[in-house]
Design a protein around this ligand. Sequence first.
Ligand code: BG6
Length: 291
Amino acid sequence: MDIYSKLTSKSSISQHVTLCEIEGLDALHVHHPKGSAVITLFGAHVISFKPARRKELIWMSQNADLTGKKAIRGGIPVCWPWFGKAASPSHGFARTSHWELESISDNKQRTSLTLCLKHCDKSLAIWPHKFDIRLNVDISESLSVSLTSTNTGDSEWTMGGALHTYLRTSDVKATSISGLGQQYIDSTEQGVIKPSPGHTDINTETDRIYTSAEKKLHIVDNGENRRLTMENTGNSSAVVWNPWQSLSESMADMTDEGYLQMVCVESAIHDTTIRLAPGRSHNLSTTINVD
Ligand SMILES: O=P(O)(O)OC[C@H]1O[C@@H](O)[C@H](O)[C@@H](O)[C@@H]1O
Protein backbone atom coordinates (compact mmCIF):
# COMPACT_ATOMS: atom_id res chain seq x y z
CA MET A 1 0.00 0.00 0.00
CA ASP A 2 1.47 3.39 -0.92
CA ILE A 3 0.53 5.27 2.23
CA TYR A 4 1.96 8.61 1.08
CA SER A 5 -0.27 8.88 -2.01
CA LYS A 6 -3.34 8.41 0.22
CA LEU A 7 -2.55 11.27 2.61
CA THR A 8 -4.57 14.49 2.49
CA SER A 9 -2.81 17.38 4.27
CA LYS A 10 -4.81 19.35 6.84
CA SER A 11 -2.26 21.59 8.57
CA SER A 12 1.41 21.92 9.31
CA ILE A 13 2.03 21.46 13.04
CA SER A 14 5.82 21.67 13.26
CA GLN A 15 8.84 22.03 10.98
CA HIS A 16 8.76 18.35 10.05
CA VAL A 17 5.23 17.23 10.95
CA THR A 18 1.97 17.70 9.02
CA LEU A 19 -1.44 16.68 10.29
CA CYS A 20 -3.10 14.63 7.53
CA GLU A 21 -6.03 12.38 6.91
CA ILE A 22 -5.87 8.88 5.53
CA GLU A 23 -9.23 7.38 4.62
CA GLY A 24 -10.88 9.37 7.41
CA LEU A 25 -8.27 8.69 10.12
CA ASP A 26 -6.17 11.55 11.45
CA ALA A 27 -2.49 10.85 10.90
CA LEU A 28 0.82 12.59 11.56
CA HIS A 29 3.11 12.70 8.56
CA VAL A 30 6.74 13.14 9.62
CA HIS A 31 8.99 14.37 6.82
CA HIS A 32 12.42 14.69 8.41
CA PRO A 33 15.47 14.84 6.07
CA LYS A 34 16.69 11.57 7.67
CA GLY A 35 13.43 9.64 7.44
CA SER A 36 9.67 9.75 6.88
CA ALA A 37 6.89 8.15 8.86
CA VAL A 38 3.12 8.16 9.21
CA ILE A 39 1.41 7.57 12.56
CA THR A 40 -2.37 7.44 13.02
CA LEU A 41 -3.92 8.82 16.22
CA PHE A 42 -6.19 5.78 16.15
CA GLY A 43 -4.08 3.22 17.99
CA ALA A 44 -0.91 5.42 17.96
CA HIS A 45 -0.16 3.18 15.03
CA VAL A 46 3.01 3.66 12.97
CA ILE A 47 1.84 2.74 9.46
CA SER A 48 4.97 3.70 7.54
CA PHE A 49 8.66 4.29 8.09
CA LYS A 50 11.12 5.06 5.32
CA PRO A 51 14.71 6.07 6.05
CA ALA A 52 15.87 8.73 3.54
CA ARG A 53 16.82 7.22 0.15
CA ARG A 54 15.70 3.74 1.28
CA LYS A 55 12.64 1.63 0.70
CA GLU A 56 9.71 1.29 3.09
CA LEU A 57 10.54 -0.90 6.12
CA ILE A 58 7.00 -1.41 7.40
CA TRP A 59 4.38 -3.65 5.81
CA MET A 60 0.74 -2.60 5.50
CA SER A 61 -2.00 -4.83 4.19
CA GLN A 62 -3.61 -3.70 0.92
CA ASN A 63 -6.91 -4.58 2.61
CA ALA A 64 -6.23 -2.89 5.96
CA ASP A 65 -9.34 -1.36 7.50
CA LEU A 66 -8.64 2.35 8.03
CA THR A 67 -12.12 3.31 9.20
CA GLY A 68 -11.21 3.29 12.89
CA LYS A 69 -13.73 0.49 13.50
CA LYS A 70 -11.21 -2.32 13.85
CA ALA A 71 -7.50 -2.80 14.45
CA ILE A 72 -5.25 -1.89 11.52
CA ARG A 73 -3.64 -4.88 9.75
CA GLY A 74 0.02 -3.95 9.31
CA GLY A 75 2.23 -1.21 10.73
CA ILE A 76 3.12 -1.38 14.42
CA PRO A 77 0.03 -2.18 16.49
CA VAL A 78 0.45 -1.26 20.16
CA CYS A 79 -0.88 -4.34 21.95
CA TRP A 80 -1.71 -3.37 25.53
CA PRO A 81 -2.46 -4.15 28.40
CA TRP A 82 -2.11 -7.75 27.32
CA PHE A 83 -0.75 -9.82 24.47
CA GLY A 84 -2.96 -12.05 22.30
CA LYS A 85 -5.96 -13.75 23.78
CA ALA A 86 -4.91 -13.38 27.44
CA ALA A 87 -8.21 -11.44 27.72
CA SER A 88 -10.70 -9.84 25.35
CA PRO A 89 -10.36 -8.00 23.01
CA SER A 90 -7.42 -9.82 21.46
CA HIS A 91 -4.17 -7.85 22.01
CA GLY A 92 -5.93 -5.37 24.34
CA PHE A 93 -7.75 -2.12 23.65
CA ALA A 94 -4.88 0.36 23.08
CA ARG A 95 -4.67 -0.44 19.36
CA THR A 96 -8.34 0.48 18.85
CA SER A 97 -8.36 3.57 21.11
CA HIS A 98 -8.01 7.18 20.08
CA TRP A 99 -4.71 8.61 21.40
CA GLU A 100 -3.81 12.27 21.94
CA LEU A 101 -0.72 13.93 20.54
CA GLU A 102 1.15 15.25 23.55
CA SER A 103 4.35 16.75 22.14
CA ILE A 104 6.61 17.08 19.12
CA SER A 105 10.26 17.96 19.03
CA ASP A 106 12.21 18.56 15.83
CA ASN A 107 15.95 18.90 15.56
CA LYS A 108 18.64 18.17 12.97
CA GLN A 109 19.03 14.58 14.14
CA ARG A 110 15.41 13.48 14.53
CA THR A 111 11.76 14.23 15.01
CA SER A 112 10.25 12.83 18.21
CA LEU A 113 6.53 12.53 18.86
CA THR A 114 4.79 11.52 22.06
CA LEU A 115 1.23 10.21 22.02
CA CYS A 116 -0.74 9.52 25.14
CA LEU A 117 -3.66 7.36 26.26
CA LYS A 118 -5.27 7.49 29.72
CA HIS A 119 -7.98 5.44 31.37
CA CYS A 120 -11.55 6.51 30.67
CA ASP A 121 -15.01 5.09 31.35
CA LYS A 122 -14.73 2.88 28.26
CA SER A 123 -11.34 1.41 29.24
CA LEU A 124 -12.40 0.97 32.89
CA ALA A 125 -15.37 -1.12 31.69
CA ILE A 126 -12.92 -3.47 29.91
CA TRP A 127 -10.02 -3.34 32.41
CA PRO A 128 -10.72 -1.76 35.81
CA HIS A 129 -7.39 0.01 36.36
CA LYS A 130 -6.12 3.58 36.15
CA PHE A 131 -3.22 4.17 33.81
CA ASP A 132 -1.33 6.57 31.64
CA ILE A 133 0.56 5.16 28.64
CA ARG A 134 2.82 7.17 26.38
CA LEU A 135 4.23 6.12 23.06
CA ASN A 136 7.36 7.94 22.04
CA VAL A 137 8.26 7.61 18.35
CA ASP A 138 11.69 8.81 17.17
CA ILE A 139 12.16 9.20 13.43
CA SER A 140 15.67 9.52 12.07
CA GLU A 141 17.63 7.10 9.85
CA SER A 142 16.31 4.55 12.34
CA LEU A 143 12.89 4.15 13.92
CA SER A 144 12.52 3.89 17.65
CA VAL A 145 9.20 3.19 19.35
CA SER A 146 9.01 3.22 23.12
CA LEU A 147 5.94 2.57 25.26
CA THR A 148 5.96 3.78 28.87
CA SER A 149 3.14 2.43 31.01
CA THR A 150 2.42 4.10 34.35
CA ASN A 151 0.07 3.01 37.11
CA THR A 152 -1.88 6.17 38.08
CA GLY A 153 -4.28 4.29 40.35
CA ASP A 154 -3.96 3.34 44.02
CA SER A 155 -3.59 -0.43 43.70
CA GLU A 156 -1.13 -2.70 41.93
CA TRP A 157 -1.95 -4.11 38.48
CA THR A 158 -0.31 -6.49 36.05
CA MET A 159 0.28 -5.96 32.35
CA GLY A 160 1.64 -7.53 29.20
CA GLY A 161 1.60 -6.36 25.58
CA ALA A 162 3.67 -6.04 22.46
CA LEU A 163 5.02 -3.69 19.85
CA HIS A 164 3.72 -5.89 17.05
CA THR A 165 5.93 -4.77 14.15
CA TYR A 166 4.94 -5.93 10.65
CA LEU A 167 8.17 -5.78 8.64
CA ARG A 168 8.02 -5.53 4.87
CA THR A 169 10.12 -8.07 3.03
CA SER A 170 10.62 -8.57 -0.71
CA ASP A 171 10.07 -12.33 -0.32
CA VAL A 172 9.25 -13.99 2.99
CA LYS A 173 10.56 -17.33 1.68
CA ALA A 174 14.00 -15.72 1.32
CA THR A 175 13.91 -14.05 4.75
CA SER A 176 15.66 -15.25 7.88
CA ILE A 177 15.65 -14.06 11.46
CA SER A 178 18.42 -14.67 13.99
CA GLY A 179 19.07 -13.87 17.66
CA LEU A 180 15.98 -15.82 18.67
CA GLY A 181 17.45 -17.94 21.50
CA GLN A 182 17.18 -21.61 22.27
CA GLN A 183 13.45 -22.34 22.58
CA TYR A 184 10.00 -21.22 21.58
CA ILE A 185 6.35 -21.79 22.39
CA ASP A 186 4.68 -22.99 19.20
CA SER A 187 1.25 -21.31 19.11
CA THR A 188 0.36 -23.27 15.95
CA GLU A 189 0.60 -26.48 18.07
CA GLN A 190 -1.31 -25.63 21.28
CA GLY A 191 1.70 -24.03 22.92
CA VAL A 192 4.14 -26.94 22.72
CA ILE A 193 7.65 -25.84 23.75
CA LYS A 194 10.26 -26.62 21.11
CA PRO A 195 14.04 -26.25 20.89
CA SER A 196 15.38 -23.63 18.48
CA PRO A 197 18.76 -23.24 16.78
CA GLY A 198 18.46 -19.46 17.43
CA HIS A 199 17.40 -18.56 13.91
CA THR A 200 14.56 -19.36 11.56
CA ASP A 201 13.47 -19.13 7.96
CA ILE A 202 9.78 -18.63 7.21
CA ASN A 203 8.28 -21.25 4.91
CA THR A 204 5.03 -22.23 6.60
CA GLU A 205 2.47 -20.78 9.02
CA THR A 206 4.58 -19.46 11.88
CA ASP A 207 3.35 -18.29 15.27
CA ARG A 208 6.15 -18.55 17.81
CA ILE A 209 6.96 -16.98 21.15
CA TYR A 210 10.73 -17.05 21.64
CA THR A 211 11.20 -16.86 25.39
CA SER A 212 14.99 -16.44 25.55
CA ALA A 213 15.51 -14.15 22.56
CA GLU A 214 18.48 -11.84 22.49
CA LYS A 215 17.92 -8.10 22.77
CA LYS A 216 19.26 -7.66 19.23
CA LEU A 217 17.62 -9.56 16.37
CA HIS A 218 18.81 -9.63 12.76
CA ILE A 219 16.33 -9.89 9.92
CA VAL A 220 17.86 -10.62 6.52
CA ASP A 221 15.84 -10.14 3.35
CA ASN A 222 17.95 -12.11 0.87
CA GLY A 223 15.57 -11.18 -1.98
CA GLU A 224 16.64 -7.56 -1.65
CA ASN A 225 19.97 -8.10 0.08
CA ARG A 226 18.75 -6.00 3.01
CA ARG A 227 19.71 -6.53 6.62
CA LEU A 228 17.72 -5.03 9.48
CA THR A 229 18.61 -4.96 13.14
CA MET A 230 15.85 -4.82 15.72
CA GLU A 231 16.82 -3.99 19.27
CA ASN A 232 14.21 -4.67 21.95
CA THR A 233 14.08 -3.72 25.62
CA GLY A 234 11.61 -4.30 28.43
CA ASN A 235 10.23 -7.44 26.74
CA SER A 236 10.04 -11.03 27.96
CA SER A 237 9.96 -12.56 24.47
CA ALA A 238 10.20 -12.01 20.74
CA VAL A 239 7.20 -13.19 18.74
CA VAL A 240 7.51 -14.21 15.08
CA TRP A 241 4.26 -14.47 13.13
CA ASN A 242 3.30 -15.14 9.53
CA PRO A 243 -0.24 -16.44 8.85
CA TRP A 244 0.77 -18.13 5.56
CA GLN A 245 -1.65 -18.89 2.77
CA SER A 246 -4.85 -20.44 4.10
CA LEU A 247 -5.11 -18.17 7.15
CA SER A 248 -4.48 -15.11 4.94
CA GLU A 249 -7.26 -16.24 2.62
CA SER A 250 -9.62 -16.43 5.59
CA MET A 251 -8.82 -12.91 6.85
CA ALA A 252 -10.89 -10.06 5.38
CA ASP A 253 -8.13 -7.52 5.94
CA MET A 254 -5.36 -9.54 4.21
CA THR A 255 -5.10 -10.13 0.48
CA ASP A 256 -4.61 -13.80 -0.46
CA GLU A 257 -0.97 -13.17 -1.36
CA GLY A 258 -0.23 -10.55 1.32
CA TYR A 259 1.63 -12.97 3.60
CA LEU A 260 4.44 -13.29 1.04
CA GLN A 261 5.75 -9.78 1.68
CA MET A 262 5.59 -9.58 5.48
CA VAL A 263 6.80 -11.02 8.72
CA CYS A 264 5.88 -9.84 12.20
CA VAL A 265 8.74 -9.60 14.66
CA GLU A 266 7.41 -8.40 17.99
CA SER A 267 8.93 -7.04 21.18
CA ALA A 268 6.50 -8.74 23.54
CA ILE A 269 5.49 -9.35 27.12
CA HIS A 270 3.44 -12.39 26.15
CA ASP A 271 2.89 -13.58 29.72
CA THR A 272 1.29 -10.52 31.46
CA THR A 273 4.11 -10.57 34.02
CA ILE A 274 4.86 -6.90 34.60
CA ARG A 275 3.51 -5.90 38.02
CA LEU A 276 3.23 -2.18 38.58
CA ALA A 277 2.64 -0.69 42.02
CA PRO A 278 0.92 2.74 42.16
CA GLY A 279 3.14 5.42 40.63
CA ARG A 280 5.51 2.89 39.00
CA SER A 281 6.29 2.70 35.26
CA HIS A 282 7.53 0.16 32.78
CA ASN A 283 9.16 0.77 29.41
CA LEU A 284 8.88 -1.52 26.39
CA SER A 285 10.75 -0.55 23.25
CA THR A 286 11.87 -1.54 19.78
CA THR A 287 14.42 0.16 17.53
CA ILE A 288 14.82 -0.76 13.87
CA ASN A 289 17.91 0.03 11.82
CA VAL A 290 18.93 -0.79 8.29
CA ASP A 291 22.53 -2.04 8.49
O1 BG6 B 1 -5.38 -10.85 14.23
P1 BG6 B 1 -4.67 -10.14 15.37
O2 BG6 B 1 -5.51 -10.05 16.62
O3 BG6 B 1 -4.12 -8.82 14.93
O4 BG6 B 1 -3.44 -11.07 15.75
C1 BG6 B 1 -2.51 -11.43 14.79
C2 BG6 B 1 -1.48 -12.40 15.38
O5 BG6 B 1 -0.69 -11.70 16.30
C3 BG6 B 1 0.41 -12.46 16.80
O6 BG6 B 1 1.12 -11.68 17.72
C4 BG6 B 1 -0.10 -13.69 17.52
O7 BG6 B 1 0.99 -14.47 17.97
C5 BG6 B 1 -0.99 -14.49 16.58
O8 BG6 B 1 -1.52 -15.61 17.27
C6 BG6 B 1 -2.10 -13.62 16.04
O9 BG6 B 1 -2.87 -14.36 15.11
